[in-house]
Design a protein around this ligand. Structure first.
Ligand code: NAD
Ligand code: MG
Length: 335
């Protein structure tokens, strides 16, 4: 079983007198910075000159400096810019100011685990990765609770790396919920596997293939949309709240019977073999290299796949049908 830490395990005052630089003010960045600030810690937000977030962070009561200055002035540096930008930010702004005995922190292990960032061996390197998006991290903190986080230690030079990371987890509210110990390797590989095989890749391909199967068989696209996409939320919510067993208890016996007999035919031995292959590509670093190369080559293939996916019939049908659901918040993708 995983080791789980709570507020009682946090060393009192472990962050006292320390300055924390939060680099980036996006999904995670704004939540970490505001939560730490309201927990009484000394926070500097690090951004690039001209960033749209600069004024926003200041309006929200935070001190903002360039990333270089923030790193220079801080004892603890949390890197919360997008993963594919971290290497450049590290080389240009972090490394030159990363003096001995500072702590470098991440919310995802990608760049450390795949050695795209190689910190010097005289600093602590740790991870606190909240298990949810930034706005939830923020909202739960404000309402007095928190979301679980993962903790990992890559380098412990001070002998206090874990204590400091736990203090950080408390500052963002996650120690209220629980902090699970992992490693950079485990967090990175399972995170990539989860998003590729289930959360993003697996689910979207399953939904689209089922939608196409129904439409090809002359069923109305609108009906297909409701059956294979819209109702997914209800099922996922039931699993989230009470496990797969509770979902099966809530649906009809007909649905449950078909679940047992057809599910394993959809996810058959060939699919399981593919899952192991995908895991292998993640573990070997092949996926990471491919993604970094795609970014270095201008993201052409990525943009083409995004365009093709956005042009799929299911998106047009969905847009129309969601217009009927007045309770839904309209989601626009900023251009
Ligand atoms: P994001 O895309 O929401 O935000 C990135 C921020 O970085 C933006 O405000 C952007 O303006 C800023 N930025 C971009 N380039 C910069 C630069 N050169 N200098 C300074 N700032 C710059 O990113 P995010 O989703 O918050 O992800 C940050 C980290 O948190 C990643 O490591 C990610 O894997 C991890 N993480 C994200 C989530 C999530 O749900 N979003 C959950 C857990 C962990
Ligand atoms: Mg994840």
């Amino acid at each position: 079983m995983a080791k789980i830490y709570y507020e009682d395990d946090v060393t009192t005052g472990v962050l006292e007198g320390k300055t924390i630089a939060v680099l980036g003010y996006g999904s995670q960045g704004h939540a970490h910075a505001l939560n730490l600030h309201e927990s009484g810690h000394h926070v500097i937000v690090g951004l690039y000159e001209g960033s749209k977030s600069w004024a926003k962070a200041e309006e929200q009561g935070l001190t903002v400096k360039t990333s270089e200055e923030a790193v220079r002035d801080a004892d603890i540096i949390m890197v919360l810019v997008p993963d594919h930008i971290q290497k450049r930010l590290y080389n240009e702004s972090i490394a030159p100011n990363l003096t001995e005995s500072k702590t470098l922190m991440f919310a995802h292990g990608f760049n450390i685990h795949f050695k795209h960032i190689n910190p010097p061996d005289n600093i602590d390197v740790t991870m606190i990765a909240p298990k949810g998006p930034g706005h939830i991290l923020r909202d739960t903190y404000v309402s007095g609770v928190g979301i679980p986080a993962l903790l990992a230690v890559h380098q412990d030079v001070s002998g206090n790396a874990k204590e400091i990371a736990l203090g950080y987890a408390q500052g963002i509210g996650s120690a209220r919920a629980g902090v699970l110990e992992t490693t950079f390797k485990e967090e990175t590989e399972t995170d990539l596997f989860g998003e590729q095989v289930v959360l993003c890749g697996g689910v979207t391909s399953l939904v689209q293939a089922a939608f196409e199967t129904l439409v090809e068989a002359d069923y109305q696209p609108e009906i297909a949309y409701f059956e294979v996409l819209h109702e997914l939320k209800l099922i996922v919510d039931l699993m989230y709240e009470g496990g797969i067993k509770y979902m099966r208890y809530s649906v009809s016996d007909t649905a449950e019977y078909g679940d047992y007999t057809s599910g394993p035919r959809v996810i058959d031995d060939r699919v399981r073999a593919t899952m192991r292959q995908i895991l292998g590509d993640i573990q070997s670093g092949e996926f990471a290299n491919e993604w970094i190369a795609e970014n270095e080559n201008g993201r052409g293939a990525f943009m083409k796949m995004r365009q093709q996916a956005n042009d799929h019939q299911i998106e047009q049908v969905g847009e129309e049908l969601r217009g009927m659901m007045s309770w839904l918040q309209k989601r626009e993708i900023p251009s």
